[in-house]
Ligand binder design. Structure first.
Ligand code: NAP
Length: 298
């Protein structure tokens, strides 16, 4: 199957491209600027620069490639950046999604949006797919607006929401685990909140969930995350212990004493029964996720 990925240079983009190639799909990786992916020279892989805030560029790429499936993974993904640059965040996350949807419609592509637990307010936690979104940050609001646009798409669509993704960043953004390693190796303190609950997601599990959705053409909204409920502080401590680094450098803070531009939902985390039932999704434990992230790097 031909799969076009947006934001393919990102953290998830690398792992998703790698997995889809392993599974025998034809991957059209698109991203901002030059290719940062190491898959050149393969017959089943091509990289095309495509900024999805430019409708004409998207239309011409789609005309050339006619993708059967589109995974819209590209986004302005950091909540604080979105809070501080709202016009840009709207243009990328909301208008950008509308642009990709428009081109997909011309080719009747199966459209998959990667979305976030930040569409919820975090008052209750352990959300199911049908729970009512109510974002508390601008990032969350842009992801929800993108979801609502996808739900108007006239051909097949799926929305895959995920939670606090971790793993080894090959391309794209850093994450809690990689930041802990970096800071503690330099002997720097790191303040981490202990009053937010999440079900952190190992990046390869997320890629596996997306690949399954593509292969069985699962339609609708799916929650795809880990199963263990942890605070970011607990994750940081376990990372330090796993790496045998000085965990006393990790300072426990609460959201109230930690000033960040974007408000975070206090308790998210997902019930993943639907993904388990419909496509056999089985995430690794956080312990195994740690091993996979750092194997050979201790
Ligand atoms: N990481 C998490 O914890 C998490 C949690 C929930 C949901 N998500 C969602 O998961 C998806 C993947 O995120 P990620 O973790 O892989 O983040 P990432 O590393 O920041 O990847 C996002 C990619 O989108 C690209 N992008 C941004 N604007 C673009 C544009 N106008 N045209 C083309 N590409 C553009 C970025 O390009 P540059 O590399 O040039 O900046 C980046 O490579 C996003 O939709 C995010 O909202 C992530």
């Amino acid at each position: 199957m031909s799969v076009l990925i947006t934001g393919a240079n990102g953290f998830l983009g690398y792992y998703l491209t790698d997995l889809l190639l392993q599974k025998g799909h034809q991957v059209i990786a698109t991203g901002r600027g030059e290719c940062r992916l190491p898959f050149h020279g393969r017959q089943d892989f091509q990289y095309i620069p495509m900024d999805f805030t430019e409708p004409a560029a998207i239309l011409s790429v789609f005309e050339r490639c006619k993708p059967e499936t589109v995974v819209h993974a590209g986004a302005m993904s950091k909540p604080d950046d979105c809070e501080l640059n709202q016009e840009l965040a709207f243009n990328i996350n909301v208008q950008g999604t509308a642009n990709v949807l428009q081109a997909s419609e011309k080719h009747q592509s199966f459209f998959i949006l990667v979305s976030s637990d930040f569409v919820f307010d975090g008052e209750r936690g352990m959300y199911r797919e049908h729970d009512k979104p109510n974002p508390v940050s601008y990032y969350g609001s842009t992801k929800l607006q993108a979801e609502l646009a996808v739900q108007q798409y006239i051909f097949d669509w799926s929305i895959i929401r995920t939670v606090l993704v971790y793993g080894r960043p090959i391309t794209g953004r850093s994450n809690l685990l990689s930041i802990v390693k970096e800071k503690l190796e330099k002997g720097e303190e790191y303040c981490v909140v202990d009053d937010q609950l999440r079900t952190p997601t190992y990046v390869e599990d997320l890629a596996t969930g997306i690949a399954a959705v593509i292969e069985i053409k699962a339609k609708g909204i799916f929650h795809v995350s880990g199963e263990e409920v942890l605070t970011p502080y607990q994750m940081a401590i376990r990372t330090a212990e796993y790496l045998k680094l000085d965990s006393s450098l990790i300072k426990r803070v609460t959201a109230a004493d930690f000033s960040q531009p974007a408000k975070r939902p206090p308790r998210t985390g997902f019930v993943i029964d639907k993904a388990k039932k419909q496509f056999g999704f089985h995430p690794v434990s956080f312990e195994i996720g740690l091993e996979k992230t750092f194997n050979g790097q201790k």
